[in-house]
Ligand binder design. Structure first.
Ligand SMILES: Cc1cc2nc3c(=O)[nH]c(=O)nc-3n(C[C@H](O)[C@H](O)[C@H](O)COP(=O)(O)O)c2cc1C
Length: 152
């Protein structure tokens, strides 16, 4: 599997209020850097939806709000994937949540189900609150799954 020399365009687009999902995005960025992958990281508020068509892979990061809901600032991105019409776009979704709530990482579930239909979904990852070192292996696997799809 070619983990290096992968010159595909990859974006991470995430939402975070208290920093947990941002920390997850930073771990993915560090892993990508170690693998010499070119990756752009965007807070969803700064991401132009028209750019979706220019990437080979998009990794979505989301926290969960309400009762298992997609956060308000992620809804336009969610709907843009539904309209995109690019089944070949490789995607992954990761997120942080709190298992205290009835539906743990419900927003990740919502994105997963939608991305599975509308894109080439590679991987899903849910983390309890702030990522810890024990989660590192699962982040590695998420990135490897995306790279494997891009190499096909
Ligand atoms: C009002 C409120 C509702 C929440 N609802 C859920 C939920 O339904 N499921 C879940 O897994 N986490 C839920 N959470 C927890 C957050 O998703 C969790 O703290 C997350 O790590 C925050 O991410 P961030 O630090 O990137 O903002 C909720 C938190 C708040 C404050």
């Amino acid at each position: 599997m070619a983990l290096t020399n992968c010159k595909k365009r990859i974006a991470v687009v995430y939402a975070s209020v208290t920093g947990n999902t941002q920390a997850a995005a930073e771990i993915i960025t560090a892993i990508a850097s170690e693998k010499a992958l070119e990756l752009e990281v965007w807070r969803v508020e700064d991401f132009s939806l028209t750019e979706l068509s220019r990437y080979d892979a998009v990794l979505v990061g989301t926290y969960t709000w309400g009762s298992g809901e997609v956060p308000r600032e992620m809804r336009a991105l969610f709907e843009a994937f539904e309209r995109l019409g690019r089944k070949e776009l490789v995607t992954a979704v990761f997120g942080t949540g709190d298992s205290f709530f009835a539906e743990f990482c419900g927003a990740v579930n919502r994105f997963r189900d939608m991305l599975y239909i509308h894109t080439d979904l590679a991987a899903t990852l849910k983390v309890e609150l702030a990522p810890e070192s024990k989660d590192r292996e699962r982040f590695d696997k998420l990135v490897e799954s995306v790279v494997r799809k891009l190499s096909n």
